[in-house]
Design a protein around this ligand. Sequence first.
Ligand code: WTA
Length: 630
Amino acid sequence: MKQSDEQLFNPSQQVIDYANVKEYDNNYADSIANPLDFWEKQAETLEWTTKWDKVLDDSNPPFFKWFTGGKTNIILNAIDRHLKTANRNKLAIIWEGEPGDLRSFSYHALNREVCEFANILKAMGVKKGDIVTIYLPQIPEQLFAMLACAKIGAAHSVVYGGFSHEALADRINDANSRVVVTADGGFRRGKASNLKEIVNKALEHTPTVEVCITVKRTGVDVFMENDRDYWFHDLKSLPIAAAQCETEIMDAEDMLFILYTSGSTGKPKGLVHTHGGYSVYTATTHKMAFDIKPEDRWWCAADPGWITGHSYIVYSPLINGATIFLYEGAPNHPYPNRWWKMIEKYGINILYTSPTAIRGLMRYGESWPNKHDLSSLRLLGSVGEPINPEAWKWYYKVIGKEKCPIIDTWWQTETGGFIICPIPALPLKPGSATKPFFGIEVDVVTDTGEKTPVDEEGNLVIKTPWPGMARTVYQDPDRFKELYWQKYEQQGWYHSGDAARIDEDGYYWIIGRTDDVIKVSGYRLGSAEIESALMSHPAIAESAAIGLPHALKGYAIHCYVVLRKGYEPSPALEKELREHVGEMMGAIARPEEVAFIDVLPKTRSGKIMRRVLKAQALGQDIGDLSTLEE
Ligand code: WTA
C-alpha cells in the first residue's frame, strides 16, 4: 500500500513563526550527530540540586542509566520552581466534573494540596521507596496523590479506574503496597461508579495492605473497615495534614513510578520509570512536539491511569508551567457537544486525544462542534492507535478549521514519551506519525535486522537509548531483557512489537502490533490475560483471544472457546462468558463475541496459533501451516 501520493498538509507561516522549534531536518540531524549533547542541553533547563557526572551510563545494556550522580525530584520542576516565579498565582489545574461542578487550583494551591496529601501519606507510614497503589476516578485528588508520592520519594502505581477487583488485587500484590488510595466513586454517563466496593473486594486478597484512604466524591454508601479505612477529608482536617512539606531529594535513577501494562504473554508487567531521565524526556517532547507555552491551556483527554496521563496530563505540562484542563466524565454526556462546549468555555489551546474518541464524536456529525467557537485551538493531537485518514481529516477540518496541525504521536508505556511525532513546523500526511523525535534513532527492519525497502512493512526498532526509556520490569529484569532486547540483542536495539513502514519521504506509517497485544479503543490488553479470565469459568476447556478490526474501537476482542464435557453452546452461555471476562478484567476487556469451536489450531508443540484464527475470521490466506498440528 503506497501512500506517497497522499496530500501534504503544510503548516501556515503563522504556525512556524510562533513555534518553539521552527524546522525539523537540520535540527534532527544536529540532535543525532551528538545525542548526549542534545539531552544534556535539555536537562540543563531543569532544576537539579546536584549536577550529573555522566549523561548516559551504558556500561550494562539494556539497563541504561541517565544523568547518573545527578540529584533532583520531579516535583522540584513540576511544582517547587514555579512557586518562586509569577507562575505561583497562575492556574495549574482547571477541572470540570461530569455533573458540571468546577474546581481550579493555582500552582500555589496545588502545592498546598500536594503537601497536605504528602504529610498524610507520611503519617500513614509511607516511606521513600514504598509503592503506593492509586485507584481513583478522574478527579484532582488523583493528581495530588501521584504528586504527593513523588514529593516524598515514594513510587506510585496507578491502576486505571476501569479495571476490576481481580486486576487491582494482582497489581497491589505485585507491588506489595501497604497503602491504597481510592474514592467512593466517580461520575460517568450520569451514573456514580462504586470504586470503593471494588477496592473492598480486592483487599480481601491483598495481605500487604494496611491502610486505605478514600476520597469522597459521589456520596454513595460505602463500607469502611475499622483501623484500615480512612476518609481523606477526615485526615485532612487533622494536624497531620500540615501545609508544608519538604521535597525529598532523589537520585536521578530513583524510581518515580511503576505502571502495569499488558504484554504478549502472562500477567501485566510493572514498567519502572525514574525521576531524572523521565523529567527531561517528557518535558522536552511536550515542549517541542506540542510547542507548549506557559500561557497555554492544555487538555490531554486521556485517563491519568495510563501512560499518556502520567506523562502528558500530569508531569510534563506542570514541568512546562502550562495550565492543565481535566474533565471527569464521558465525551457525549449529557449531549455530544460536551467537549466542544468546554473548549469554548475554558479557551483550550491544545487538545490531545485518541482516534477512538475522535471517531466516536465524528459519528454525531459536524453540527455539534459547529455550534461552538473553537477558535482558541491552535494544535490538535492523537495517540494510542493509528489514526485513519478519514478521522484525521475530520479532526483537521471540523475541529481545527484547517489551521491546527495534528500532532500524531507514536510511543508506548515503555518509552515514557513520544518517539515518533511531528513538530508543528513539519508538513503532515494524514495517518502518518511522521518522523522520529530529536535525539533518537528509529528504523524499520526485517526479522534479521536488515533495513526494509521503502514502503515495505517491517519491525519498528529504536536504535539508540533515550532518557525516558523504562529502566526495567519491576522485580523482573530478565523479563525486561527478554521482551524488548533479545530479538535484536546483537545490534543492541529496542524491539517495539509494532510493525511499520517508511515511505520515500522518510515518513513512518504505523501498522499495528505484531504480537498478542490488542489495542481496544486505544487501551492496551493482552490475549493471554483475556484467555486466563475465560479459563477461570467452569465451562471452558481451552480458549484463544484475538483482535479484529472494528470501525469505532480500532480493534475489538473476539474469543474462541472449547467447552468442557457437559456444557453446550448457547447464546445464554456466550453472554455469560462475555460478562465473565468483563467482570474479571474490567468493562474495556469485555469481548465483542465468544465463538464455540471444537478444536483450536495449535502448533505441534501445543502453542495456540492465533494468527490462523485471525486470518480465517478476516477471510485471508492462512499462510504457512507447516507447523500446524492438525
Ligand atoms: C500503539 C500508549 C499508531 C502502538 C501511548 C504501541 C500507536 C502501543 C500510536 C502502546 C500512534 C500508540 N499510532 N499506534 N500514534 N500510539 N500506538 O503502552 O501499537 O498503552 O505499541 O502506550 O499503542 O500502547 P501504550
